[in-house]
Design a protein around this ligand. Structure first.
Ligand code: FES
Ligand code: FE2
Length: 334
């Protein structure tokens, strides 16, 4: 995929503002809180146009795979964890973290095709991230590479309404400078945007009542995650990640991570940050819970938004069926 920045100046609407169609963008999706998956625990989750099962082995490592048992299709999320394997409830076939059947309760020979498709999974800042695709194309947005000690608060944002729009519609908010002003009372001007194959970067300066003056280095990852880093006058840093995940019938969920290395004031800072991000997300809800995506007429103030629309239109996507049939090797967290 490539983004031709020069060509990305357009007021065209048709074709740029449409549902992804079958499947979902190949992104890192936040599928839940680390704290909701204890060692020995199994969880089934509706993700994109399918389902996955998550389990944490007794070694503490989280694993993700498509949920349907290779024997007769039982959903492995009603199974249990045995050592570092997951065991199907129906006839006790057992699968390792690489998706291969390791044991059949009767002792029968294990068929070569007794394999369940695994998905790349990583854990950072209290979130479980699953890559919807084969090999991850970019790094999970996180603060893991930041040195020193950090205070972190990670939570699912309580939304005032169920939202069924695709995650890329949420993420479009960061390139929608018109709405920042009209809906959020945030004026970031018209910042320069640097695009790359799997995201974008820019700088925002604005103020919010919860926290005062803000100067963000802001990055878009894929079509569902935004990370900000704000250096403070005293040399400490405040950061956040806002990210969304499509969970089938339940709709699109929003998770937020707020961090700071100002440990002395961490509790107050994280509380204010969490409040602000919860408020901002909910300011969008009346619109996002009722919006119709499909037709648009963009104007000159939407220039960066149109760039984003082209970026998301060209972004790779996958259906669960394609993932299940895929022959490419999957990167495993070991
Ligand atoms: S369906 Fe899973 S063991 Fe038979
Ligand atoms: Fe918004």
């Amino acid at each position: 995929m490539s983004v031709d920045q020069e060509a990305l100046v357009s007021t065209e609407g048709a074709g740029l503002y449409q549902s992804v169609g079958a499947g979902h963008h190949t992104c890192w999706y936040p599928v839940g809180l680390s704290s909701d998956l204890a060692a020995g625990q199994v969880r089934g989750i509706d993700l994109c146009d399918g389902r996955i099962v998550l389990f944490r082995g007794e070694d503490g490592v989280a694993r993700a795979m498509l949920p349907y048992c290779a024997h007769m299709g039982a959903d492995l999320s009603v199974g249990d964890v045995v050592g570092n394997d997951i065991r199907c409830a129906f006839h006790h076939w057992q699968y390792g973290g690489d998706g291969r059947c390791t044991k059949i309760a009767t002792g029968d020979r294990i068929p070569g095709a007794a394999v369940v498709r695994t998905l790349p999974i990583e854990e950072h800042d209290g979130l479980l991230w699953v890559w919807w695709g084969d090999t991850p194309a970019y790094e999970v947005p996180s603060f893991s590479s930041f040195e020193g000690e950090w205070a972190v608060r990670t939570f699912e944002v309580p939304l005032t309404a169920a939202v069924h729009v695709e995650p890329w519609v949420f993420a479009a908010n960061v390139m929608d400078f018109q709405h920042l002003k009209s809906l959020h009372n945030v004026d970031v001007g018209n910042p320069d945007v640097e695009w790359n194959d799997w995201g974008a970067a820019m700088k925002w300066s604005f103020s919010r009542p919860e926290v005062g003056e803000i100067n963000w280095d802001i990055e878009l990852f894929g079509t569902n995650s935004v990370r900000s880093v704000q250096p403070q006058a005293d040399g400490t840093i405040i950061g956040h990640i806002a990210t969304t995940v499509p969970m089938g019938e339940q709709g699109t969920k929003v998770f937020v991570v707020v961090v700071t290395n100002d440990l002395a004031n961490a509790e107050t800072i994280l509380e204010h940050q969490a409040q602000m991000h919860t408020n901002i997300a909910n300011e969008d809800m009346d619109v996002l819970s009722t919006i119709r995506v499909g037709k648009a007429n963009f104007t000159s103030s939407d220039k960066k938004l149109v760039q984003y629309m082209r970026y998301q239109r060209d972004y790779p996507k996958a259906t669960m069926d394609e993932l299940e049939r895929g022959a490419t090797p999957v990167a495993m967290r070991t």
